[in-house]
Design a protein around this ligand. Structure first.
Ligand code: OSB
Ligand code: MG
Length: 374
């Protein structure tokens, strides 16, 4: 496919409610969207970098620079066939995975449209519907959290994930479990504990949690493997897994029993599929994480979640939980059974509302092929 234009935009979108994790509160998102035009078709990608480099080293601004200065010009200079060609094209650029995924995922969207198949079908997805969970941020009080859980369960969500950190953990789990003894419950610490907290973390075993996500350092396997030996609750790694080799190392070291896959964190569909396959071959279930995406990123997550070994409910939930008005049509909807039905139209299956995108855009740059020097 010939690349006719790559347009990068930054959109400002306000979340329906603030989202608090162990590394801070997000109220507004600065979302980067890549629009790639090729032979009459348009593919869309979304950058999952945060506004600040707290979840990973990337940020909205670092991704903007990586895409406009390096990755965009490299891609624009190519004629390629598949989304799977992108890792080779971007190979010279180290890291910057969320920036790379922004472009690669748009190429997969284009490829699916060109083939006239859904993105799910193109990547080899097998599920027609996917199970959905919610990720609930740290709240001002436990009663406020309980009210939110009640609402999400009533909406049908199949799994509740609670963000936790020292001071917002055991007491919270106690109150939630005493009210709902049997719901599927998990927690995500976003690296807020240390190995010296191991005794405290063993207290989590009393709450029948499906998993504890990323309890220790963001870049660690070894201490997680030491911790896992002391916990009955399965550890799930999120921040630590950047590629297939990381997944293999973590599985081999028994650092985790479950893996969260995020397209941006691993650099796009090629590597996400590779992580999925490596985990599947070793009997490790995976699920799809979320990064407070707009409907564009969410539609990629939905397609990814149809691969066979996505065996647990993901953080893939309805547009209305994040946005008063999402930028895709139809909006992403979750049934009362807590499922999303997979669209079978070509590409991502959710149209982009281009007029709304234009209105929300605060900066825009068209990237052209340049003679690469140096
Ligand atoms: O660790 O899974 C995480 C949001 C931002 C950064 C990191 C994480 C999250 C979430 C929210 O848990 C998932 C979502 O609803 O998009
Ligand atoms: Mg996480």
């Amino acid at each position: 496919m010939r690349i006719d234009a790559i347009i990068l935009r930054e959109l400002h979108m306000t979340l329906v409610r603030p989202f608090e994790t162990s590394f801070g509160i997000t109220r507004k998102r600065r979302i980067l969207l890549a629009e790639i035009k090729s032979e009459g078709l348009t593919g869309w990608g979304e950058c999952t970098a945060g506004e600040r480099p707290f979840f990973s080293e990337e940020s909205t601004d670092s991704a903007w620079a990586a895409i406009t200065q390096e990755l965009g010009p490299m891609l624009a200079a190519e004629t390629l066939e598949h989304g799977g060609d992108c890792p080779r094209i971007f190979r010279q650029v180290r890291h910057n995975r969320m920036a790379k995924a922004t472009l690669e995922d748009a190429i997969w969207d284009l490829e699916a449209q060109r083939e006239g198949v859904s993105l799910s079908r193109l990547i080899g997805g097998v599920h027609d519907v996917i199970p959905c969970g919610v990720s609930l941020g740290i709240q001002a009080s436990i009663p406020e959290l309980l009210a939110q859980i009640e609402k999400e369960l009533a909406a049908g969500y199949q799994r509740i994930k609670l963000k936790c950190k020292p001071g917002w953990d055991v007491e919270v789990f106690e109150r939630v479990r005493s009210r709902w003894p049997a719901i599927t419950l998990s927690c995500d610490a976003n690296s807020s504990y240390r190995l010296k907290d191991a005794d405290h973390l063993t207290a989590f075993d009393a709450f029948d949690l499906l998993m504890i996500e990323q309890p220790l350092w963001h870049d660690d396997f070894y201490y997680h493997s030491m911790l896992q030996k002391r916990l009955q609750t399965p550890i799930c790694l999120d921040e630590s897994i950047h590629n297939r080799r990381d997944a293999l190392a973590a599985i081999e070291m028994e650092s985790c029993r479950i893996i969260n896959i995020k397209l941006g964190r691993v650099g796009g569909f090629s590597e996400a599929i590779a992580v999925h396959n490596a985990a599947q071959e070793r009997g490790i279930p995976v699920w799809c994480g979320g990064m407070l995406e707009s409907g564009v990123g969410r539609s990629h997550n939905i397609a990814l979640s149809t691969l066979e070994n996505f065996a647990l409910p993901g953080d893939v939930s309805a547009s209305a939980r994040y946005w008063h008005e999402d930028i895709v049509e139809p909006e992403i909807a979750v049934s009362s059974a807590g499922e999303i039905a997979i669209p079978d139209t070509p590409g991502r299956g959710y149209e982009v509302r281009t007029e709304l995108v234009e209105r929300l855009t605060v900066r825009k740059e068209t990237i052209r092929a340049v003679e690469l020097v140096g």
